[in-house]
Design a protein around this ligand. Sequence first.
Ligand SMILES: Cc1ncc(COP(=O)(O)O)c(C=O)c1O
Length: 394
Amino acid sequence: MVARRAREVQISGIRKMFEAAPPRSINLGLGEPDFDPPTAVIEALCEAVHHGQNHYGPSAGIPALRERLAERYRDREPATDRENVLVTGSATEGLMATALALYDPGDEVLVPNPGFVLYAPHARLAGAVPVAYSLPRERGFLPDLEELERLVTPRSRAIVVNSPSNPTGAVFPKEIVDRLVAFADRHDLTIVSDEVYEEIVYDVPAVSFWGRTDRAVVVNSFSKMLATTGWRIGYVVAPRPLAVEINKIHYHIMACPPTPAQVAVLAGLASDRATRKMVEEFRQRRELVVRTLAKIPGLSTVPPAGAFYVFPRFSWPASSAEVAGALLARGLITTPGDAFGSLGASHLRLSFAASRDDLRRGLAILAETGRELEGGAAPEATPGPAPRRRAPAR
Ligand SMILES: Cc1ncc(COP(=O)(O)O)c(C=O)c1O
């Protein structure tokens, strides 16, 4: 009845946890800031709607926003102009349009393991073959360039990178970025760089791929930076000939990005105060989470350098789905690490985009469940579906 691509693609494993959560669970599965967008951005949205900006716009985005975004990228590459920038209906759409513009059937695409849940399905939807490369925790979740050399073949078309990373929180140092650029050059690969968490860093700034090579496509979003996940607005920065091709696909997916949301995020680019405040709060929570996790026997954690996730490994005798299921039965939503690939086995993803109170209570449940699992208790089964609650995370 339906095409094979629809039969074969799956809804992300992250969403399944939400369907099964008991009411009033503590949610450390969220993939979005627990903040409202800055007031100026909300006001700009209302004003745009009230003043008639409710119509189709240019497919690549309104010129003022493209221009402003190009300006932001000029310190990375002085020649960046608005023709390099394409406003999209979220990073998700930007990633999909990029995949459809880049990959031919049978192409191989290197994707991170553990890595965000969209990259491999997008490659498959474009007819390509995802080939997982490791981000081992022993290396601080950074890629092993020697392994990449072993995985690359004449069919390899692109490598997808994500720093700061969902789910690990790792941020690639400049040396790794340089080595990845050299690797891509050597094998004639396009680098698809998902930089949606670039503003959310705690120790050192993230290193963008833009301006380091002319074979990078950067996908970005306002979702995390302005806490506007529900507005569905993002952008792609690409070499001009490729931007033209991605724009064609983007046009066929959504005609144009939402006009009022573009006006609003443009207003949001005038000041980064709200983003900085949000990151400061995340920083405090990161300390709280890392400190608390360190006291739980059976867990080992690499402190995240960016994004708002922590990805501890557990040594309890259970799978990550079983541990997440046992936590869920006690009212704590987390994400099983293997939702992000095989190297996420024996890991959990915890989001600290939740109040400090929820974090304390949630981590107490984790500690208690860990104690039981350490003592050899069989993990409890996941409860049956409960009524849908807050929006699922990514
Ligand atoms: C790494 C990563 N890329 C892309 C996205 C999608 O962002 P958007 O809301 O713009 O679709 C997310 C959302 O969680 C993400 O974590």
